[in-house]
Design a protein around this ligand. Structure first.
Ligand code: SF4
Length: 373
């Protein structure tokens, strides 16, 4: 049987090409799965059954699609799969967080972190393989930029962790696109993934529990603002002046801080929403009282909060975390200026936690056996 019978395939040509190559149905949305079913001479509602099975019931074997007729199931089994990223290695921290090194279809590695809390689990997802943006304090930047992930590879991170940790569909999840890569440079695929993740008939994660974090690709922030159903937005600030930010984050030369803040002020926040500014504290670099006062000035009047993240250091980069008293002093200045500020301690410090560190180690130690947990 041919892979496709060419019915109504033009609309979804790109995705269908990728399915033709990989055979993997993970990442197709409802309309694409309906078209897919029709290409097999099946009614459109078979696509809805596939969608429900892949994302809501999380079935991975076509034999489990007992609502499909046997002939269709057998055709699917012979030509297609529902494949999640493969767990290459996993690292368990004393604090309960788990870092997964996943192998994706083309052999590249990506990282996903699971951080369980009392009544929810936060998953930090990657949107690209590596990253080309070269933030000076970032371990992922040392890998360089390789390629965008597909929607299926992003959804696959969620479903693979849920499977590994036996998280039921009803488990409360927070999803943050804050792992490897700049999500707004892969916006179409990120939005496609978010729509399937946030669909109550899909993966079923509440939309307001999904956050996309960006260094500030301003035209893409404006594009995101026009989306009727969009995730929450976090901005990676990390500096208190143009000069300092350009030194730490070269992308600031292309999209300066002033322009970023202008776009943030125009961003159409929903009534329940505020912007999150992430600020990685680097000792002697961006952590002074003067820095804190400048950050307060920059954010004045914005409906926003600041997450202060003491740096998680490693031997590859020269930056260090400030003493905790400095972190507290920085927080106090922001609070005094009525900017809500929270200290976010990095999870999993005992397992080389910062994003990109696992992949760097993986490159160095690729000969090690696949179990480090
Ligand atoms: S901090 Fe984010 S955007 Fe910057 S290099 Fe690292 S992964 Fe890329």
């Amino acid at each position: 049987m041919p892979l496709y019978r060419g019915v109504n395939m033009e609309r979804n040509g790109h995705e269908m090409d990728s399915v033709k190559q990989s055979g993997n149905l993970l990442g197709l949305n409802l309309a694409e799965l309906e078209d897919f079913a029709v290409s097999y001479g099946q009614p459109r509602y078979r696509g809805r059954q596939l969608y429900h099975g892949i994302y809501a019931r999380r079935v991975r074997d076509f034999g489990g699609f007992t609502d499909l007729n046997r002939e269709f199931r057998e055709s699917l089994s012979s030509l297609h799969q529902i494949t999640y990223p493969e767990v290459q290695r996993e690292f368990r921290s004393h604090d309960g967080s788990v870092r997964y090194l996943f192998r994706v279809g083309d052999g590249n590695s990506i990282e996903t972190v699971s951080m369980p809390e009392e009544n929810r689990t936060t998953l930090c997802l990657s949107s690209q393989v590596g990253c080309a943006l070269d933030c000076r304090f970032c371990f992922t930047a040392l890998l360089g930029g390789k390629r965008n992930l597909t929607a299926g590879e992003m959804i696959g991170q969620v479903l693979a962790v849920a499977a590994a940790e036996s998280l039921a569909r009803t488990a409360r999840l927070n999803l943050v696109f804050m792992g490897m890569g700049e999500p707004l440079l892969n916006l179409p695929q990120v939005l496609k993934a978010v729509k399937i993740l946030a669909d109550s008939k899909g993966v079923g994660v509440a939309l307001r529990r999904i956050t996309v974090s960006t260094v500030g690709i301003t035209p893409r922030i404006e594009e995101l603002a026009r989306e009727p159903r969009r995730p929450k937005l976090a901005l990676s600030l990390n500096a208190s002046s143009e000069e300092q930010r350009s030194a730490l984050m070269p992308i600031n030369k292309k999209y300066p801080l002033a322009e970023l803040l202008r776009v943030c002020r125009a961003y159409p926040l929903r009534p329940w929403e505020r912007l999150t500014f992430e600020y990685v504290l680097l000792e002697g670099c961006n952590d002074s009282d003067a820095d804190a006062r400048r950050v307060a000035d920059l954010l004045r009047g914005l409906r926003a909060k600041v997450n202060l993240i003491p740096y998680n250091s490693g031997p590859e980069l020269p930056y260090r975390s400030p003493p905790f008293e400095r972190v507290l002093a920085f927080q106090q200045i922001l609070t005094d200026h009525r900017i809500p500020a929270f200290i976010r301690l990095s999870r999993g410090q005992d397992i080389r936690a910062a994003c990109g560190q696992l992949s760097l180690e993986g490159l160095r130690q690729s000969a090690l056996p696949a179990s480090a947990s």
